[in-house]
Design a protein around this ligand. Structure first.
Ligand code: SAH
Length: 217
């Protein structure tokens, strides 16, 4: 088998594995099939790219296991008209998955190095509807608001008001809520006229949401 045949087989097994882990949304599975996770992982960890494991990335951060990326994507119930904000670009993998399901994706990280590496990956993959910005995600991105969907991929003890304000009425927001370095709860919030309605999805572990832009890297 050539390398590309091997990679195709690996990726087919990867999608079957996600189905086995309960991911049923065909459009979500297709989006994960379209994004080569190998491009987003550190080259020394390439052999683990299609395993269902979280992996370390630059700047001391972590990218989630694919089944969690898929579950969070599924929870957002995306349509091709949606504008999405992601807080926590990291490798750019989650944003790339979202870009295949939404109209526009903007993603923010507090590390310049992560933002620029993600931008390069989006360009290599020809993804034109996703842009990474350097900034403090706790403030959101007012210049691009409002958003139909918001996804936070770093853990906080509460939802920041700026993000709730930047969510459209009827919009959905998914976020891990809880203390750093502990098990958190992934929660799905719906912005209803009367306020936010929350639903607990599952126990998760994310790196912390840290206010402010990083002064190094
Ligand atoms: N979604 C990413 C993984 C995110 S890891 C992926 O698919 O690879 C969490 C990220 O949140 C880290 O890169 C971290 O730098 C970022 N982060 C933490 N606090 C932040 C903040 N206040 N604003 C923006 N990004 C933040």
């Amino acid at each position: 088998m050539s390398d590309s045949d091997a990679e195709r087989a690996e990726r087919a097994a990867f999608i079957l594995g996600l189905r086995g882990r309960g991911i049923r949304d065909v459009a979500v599975l297709r989006a994960l099939e379209l994004v080569p996770r190998a491009l987003f992982v550190d080259p020394t960890l390439r052999r683990h790219a299609y395993e269902d494991v979280a992996l370390p990335i630059a700047c001391g951060q972590t990218m989630s296991q694919p089944s969690l990326v898929a579950a969070m994507t599924e929870a957002l119930a995306l349509t091709a008209e949606h504008a999405v904000l992601e807080i926590g670009t990291g490798s750019g993998y989650q944003a790339a998955v979202l870009s295949h399901l939404a109209s526009q994706v903007v993603t923010m990280d507090r590390y310049r190095a992560l933002v620029s590496e993600a931008q390069v990956r989006f360009k290599v993959l020809g993804l034109r509807n996703v842009t990474a910005f350097l900034g403090d995600g706790t403030l959101g991105l007012p210049a691009r608001a409002p958003f139909d969907r918001i996804i936070i991929t770093a853990a906080g003890t509460e939802l920041h008001k700026a993000l709730v304000d930047q969510l459209k009425p009827g919009g959905l927001l998914v976020a891990p809520i809880g203390e750093a370095r502990q098990v958190q709860t992934l929660r799905l919030f719906t912005k209803e006229a009367t306020g936010l309605v929350a639903k607990d999805l599952m126990a998760v572990r994310f790196v912390p949401l840290v206010p402010g832009v990083a002064t190094t890297l």
